[in-house]
Design a protein around this ligand. Structure first.
Ligand SMILES: CC(C)(COP(=O)(O)OP(=O)(O)OC[C@H]1O[C@@H](n2cnc3c(N)ncnc32)[C@H](O)[C@@H]1OP(=O)(O)O)[C@@H](O)C(=O)NCCC(=O)NCCS
Length: 252
């Protein structure tokens, strides 16, 4: 089993970084197995309770995580002392997957063979804002890359500014708006080794303007950036997503 260590400040929401009196906490990144699933689900529920919008995160159950581990998926948990403070989860597309994102994006079989699915990343509130999610994803995607999986797919609620900000910083892009989990809106996000070629002007759409997003995708555009309203808080819906046209003459 592989362990990674790094130090992080435990922050308090609403304070400057690092907040006065914050201690250094040593975090260990550990690959989870079936024995860790109760802890993982407790963490996911704690994260869910801290969120201002119910639609943001759908909590998975133990059977889902068991299937994921049995089918070659991987879970990385960040622990500070005895406490789980964050987790990242990836899986690899299976045949007859009812939640087939490759199909949603009409990927070719050759492209689908390169896909790793980022199932979710969640960080306890006190540990957010320190790129911990990015650190977890980096380790997970490095593993996927070793298996030849260099295209990532994931989904996200359109109002999730914190996650979208991280997505765009990592060069991933929004490809489609779909309904999941009994009708909740979700963007499908794609990450690739090189950024997709885009052209034309940037068109801005308000975060929760679902028809506006759908129109951009129907028009051959992809979401590549965001801009928050001046002074808006972490979880505010006051932001726009920027779209540009995918240059299909150049994309592979
Ligand atoms: C999305 C999430 C995983 C990002 O993790 P993270 O380690 O905090 O990521 P980052 O440090 O890169 O911060 C991302 C953004 O969150 C913002 N942020 C910082 N502290 C925050 C806090 N206490 N609460 C909310 N957002 C915060 C940061 O300002 C940053 O925005 P920026 O890129 O404009 O600076 C984390 O916010 C989270 O667990 N959210 C709830 C679960 C969720 O929505 N998961 C994604 C769907 S599965």
């Amino acid at each position: 089993m592989t362990f990674f260590r790094f130090a992080a400040y435990q922050t308090r929401r609403g304070t400057d970084f690092p907040p006065e009196g914050a201690g250094m906490v040593e975090l260990v990144l550990k690959r989870a197995d079936a024995d860790d699933l109760d802890e993982l689900i407790a963490l996911e529920n704690a994260v869910k309770r801290s969120l201002p919008y119910d639609d943001m995160l759908v909590v998975d159950d133990k059977a889902f995580y068991k299937r994921l581990l049995d089918s070659g998926g991987r879970i990385l948990i960040a622990r500070g002392g005895d406490m789980a403070v964050g987790a990242g989860i990836i899986s690899f597309p299976q045949e007859h997957d009812p939640d087939d994102l490759c199909g949603e994006l009409n990927l070719s079989p050759a492209q689908a063979a390169r896909v790793v699915r980022i199932e979710s990343v969640y960080i306890l509130e006190a540990y957010r804002g320190q790129r911990l999610a990015e650190r977890l994803l980096k380790e997970l995607l490095r593993y996927a890359q070793m298996l030849g999986k260099d295209l990532s797919l994931s989904t996200i609620w359109p109002g999730n500014a914190a996650n979208l900000s991280a997505v765009f910083r990592q060069g991933r892009t929004l490809r489609k708006l779909v309904r999941k989990y009994g009708g909740l809106p979700r963007f499908i996000i794609m990450g690739a080794p090189t950024p997709p070629p885009v052209c034309g002007d940037t068109v801005w759409v308000r975060s929760m303007d679902l028809d506006g997003h759908a129109k951009q995708f129907a028009d051959g555009k992809i979401g590549i950036t965001m801009r928050k309203d001046e002074g808006s808080a972490f979880h505010s819906l006051a932001f726009d997503i920027g779209y540009r046209r995918l240059d299909t003459s150049l994309s592979s």
